[in-house]
Design a binder for this molecule. Sequence first.
Ligand code: ATP
Length: 696
Amino acid sequence: MPAHAPDPVPPVPDALADPLARERAHLTASRAALRAMREDVQALDIRDVTANWVNAAVLQAQIEGRIKALADLSHTPLFFGRLDYLHSTQEGRRFYIGRRHVHDADGDPMVIDWRAPVSQPFYRASRKDPLDIGLRRRFGYTGGDLTAYEDEHLTDPADATFSGSAGGSRTSKLLQAEIERPRVGPMRDIVATIQPEQDEIVRSGLAGTVCVQGGPGTGKTAVGLHRVAYLLYAHRDRLARTGTLVIGPNKSFLHYIEQVLPALGELEVKQATVDDLVAARVEIRGADEAAAAVVKGDARMAEVLRRAVRSHVTMPAEPLMVVRGSRRWRIPAYELEEIVRELLDRDIRYGAARDALPQRIAHAVLVRMEQAGEAPDDRVQDAVARNPAVKAAAKALWPQVEPAKLVLRLLSDPDFLAAHAEGVLSPDEQKTILWTKPARGVRSAKWSLADAVLIDEANDLVQRTHSLGHVVLDEAQDLSPMQYRAVGRRCTTGSATVLGDLAQGTTPWATASWAEALSHLGKPDAAVEELTAGFRVPREVIAYASRLLPHMSPGLAEVKSVRESPGSLSVREVEAMDLDTAVVAACAESLANEGSIGLIAADARIPSLAEALTSAGHSYLSPGEETTAESRLTLVPASLAKGLEYDYVVLDEPAAVVDGEPDERTGLRRLYVALTRAVSGLVLLHAAPLPAQLGG
Ligand SMILES: Nc1ncnc2c1ncn2[C@@H]1O[C@H](COP(=O)(O)OP(=O)(O)OP(=O)(O)O)[C@@H](O)[C@H]1O
């Protein structure tokens, strides 16, 4: 059956009169077509077309990549939706929407990539604005089998199905089933059920930076990853050249999301933490007190570093003599000074100016030669620039700066710091960041992560950092201004997707306003969008967690869950001596359900709970380790819970989660994160009184 049946739909054999049977037949035919596409690539013989072995190897690698991309994964449905347009478009009228493009032997499409323009109404069309769609059909699968479909006749007033929008009054059963499908393994893609307000962000243009504020489980991570996949489809060549990067808060989070893009056919996107980006230059062996980290992460440090780097430039005290053959050329000190000042005034990197200086001096010599009646050409200027006297003068005026050494000196030498932090950091702030025991050298220094960010900034002052085409920054609310700058310089000529939730900020320097964060990122004009529909957490649970909002992030809107799930919250009080046993029992109870279980507890409680689980015979995983059908329980320190989710969560002693943080606001935010990780059920156990803010 062709992908777009001409109008009217051709007669079908009796056996296929049942609509579900017809759709299954299209699935079977599409799979066969995909197999044929794969076989075609496998059969390619490149021996005659490649002149040398290098080309052959490159081509062979491309072919292997293509073969991999064309694999038919039996557990991922080849298509998940169908659109029947009211009028024929150039490409046809009926389209099956899937993760990748599949065509038949004639080249006619059987399945259309979800990112293609004709697929867009699948995500955006509504009764109010049907976008020329008569029928939108969503398919339901059990295992790899197509078992159900759900129709919306968008232009038929008699059809009273759900609106299809997350904010609509009724949520699609297939969407609900998709969200509640038990979780085993890493994060899944959401291509089949992207909601209209999410799709607007996913398909926003490559030129602009988008910032998404959204409460827990509103799909920020999912949207960010799908946006990269979309951008790679729409701007493949450009992004292949410039590169894309997804930045997440820690390794376990990156591990959790790492399969989403490959499942969408995108294998080339790099992933890193901010720490990975900056820590390449020095070995991290130290840690800062919060007060020092706050000052080191403050954007004012950029000015201190800028001054410190430029302080290496000296003004000439003497003229320069250049001897060429029998002649001597003299450049007076004031003229050298003019050259140096002009370079300082220009908006170029310290290192670029340093490279330019010998040529500038040589130019001054050439002007003198011309004045004396000579006719020197460019080659003479190059030769003068290489003249030992010119080189030596340039080196003395504009010496090399080694970024790590510079930061080492700032943190070890009170006078050097004071000279450059004057009027920028208070004397107390300077004292806060100075090392009590000055380091002897770059190698032996106990660098902290905040120091590495400073070195990265210093490095960029000397030498421009390479910019990528697009960067996705997840859990952005925890970055310091200096970290935003570090990310920003990796997309100066590209764009970014910034994702976060101000209410989940748990660092001492957590973002207070997106406008400010975006200016540190160097993208002050970015659009800030808000996602308010919650997909992960059921209504009862999010309502409970949201009691904390007025106490820790007043003014932020409560997430509106798309799912009602009665009985999803259970709060149990037990005697202190029984807590561990009760927690283990709650885990065992949750394990009776399908899907993943997260036991979340204050970091300090982890060893005791680990022991209790082990002695009760329960094995458990650490965050980032993949859940499997056999191993479904993860023991999660509250400090690592951010961004993760489990079908069922057992939360141990909320008061300990709050007390584990240096201040109450951070403690409540940490608790808010822990309370919002569950998809289907949350059991909360406490022996100590619950934090007062949860009461009522
Ligand atoms: N349109 C959708 N269809 C199906 N599932 C969705 C949709 N949007 C989000 N989800 C699911 O909701 C869950 C939460 O999504 P995600 O982790 O992206 O949220 P988040 O906003 O990043 O949350 P957090 O702030 O807690 O990190 C995931 O399981 C995701 O697959």
